[in-house]
Design a protein around this ligand. Sequence first.
Ligand code: AMP
Ligand code: ZN
Ligand code: FE
Length: 268
Amino acid sequence: MHRVDLHTHSAYSDGTSAPAEVVRLAKGRGVEIFALTDHDSVSGLHEAGEEANRLGLRFLRGVEINTREEDNLLVLGYGIDPKAAGFEAALADLRCRRHKRVAAMVEKLRSLKVDIALSDVHAAHKETIGRPHIADALRRKKVVSSRSEAFHRFLAKGMPAYVEPMGPTVQEAIDLIRAAGGWASLAHPGALEAEDIERYAGLGLEGIEVYYPTHTGAVVERLLDWAWRFDLIATGGSDYHGPKTSREEIGSVLFPQDVFEKVLRRLS
Ligand code: AMP
Ligand code: ZN
Ligand code: FE
């Protein structure tokens, strides 16, 4: 088995640690291949890459693009060139749409008589803003005690402060990643059907995230089967966001030898 982490976040999006710190933690846990995959941002890649280089950790440039499809359909991109023409501008546009969504959610909270202002949310974000920053603001104001609680009470789909995401379609996300020289994998697709995966494979998807902290053995088996059927690379990672984020287990994912080798082949 090989410890691999192809799904992590830094404070450039909704993680809480600096990119270099995320790299150090991964290395400390014995991770062999590492990717930083901030939401709609590539600004942490330089710092993370330098630290990985210094520590002799195999580093993959990543990104995670939040689509507007389903509630939480996220497309991971690997091997991207952050300087590819138009890429940063496209991500900046996505971050701008996030600001509109966050503002609408804060308005909903205020109409629910929750004591929060947009400036409270802005105070904590570095680049990409999102629901976790609203959750952190609610925590600072002692309205909730964790990000999870904020999602369960207010921010998750179906909850009173929820606003539909304004990101790209899955097709647009895949195209954006490929135009930047990368390849796309669908993040934690455990709740989807085989037909969905087949359709996304037809759109240019090259991987699916099989190994993920909340995936049971049965889910892993099903996803491995789909990866084989639709000729997709099995990827995986912890979705680390930092201490006290409800997503804290960096380097918690193990790849079997054959899956590890297939990933290595895609990287070379
Ligand atoms: P957004 O990008 O604004 O739609 O927020 C989605 C992000 O919120 C995800 O990428 C996770 O980082 C985080 N998230 C979603 N659900 C939860 C939860 N139950 N607890 C903590 N963080 C969550
Ligand atoms: Zn996140
Ligand atoms: Fe993530």
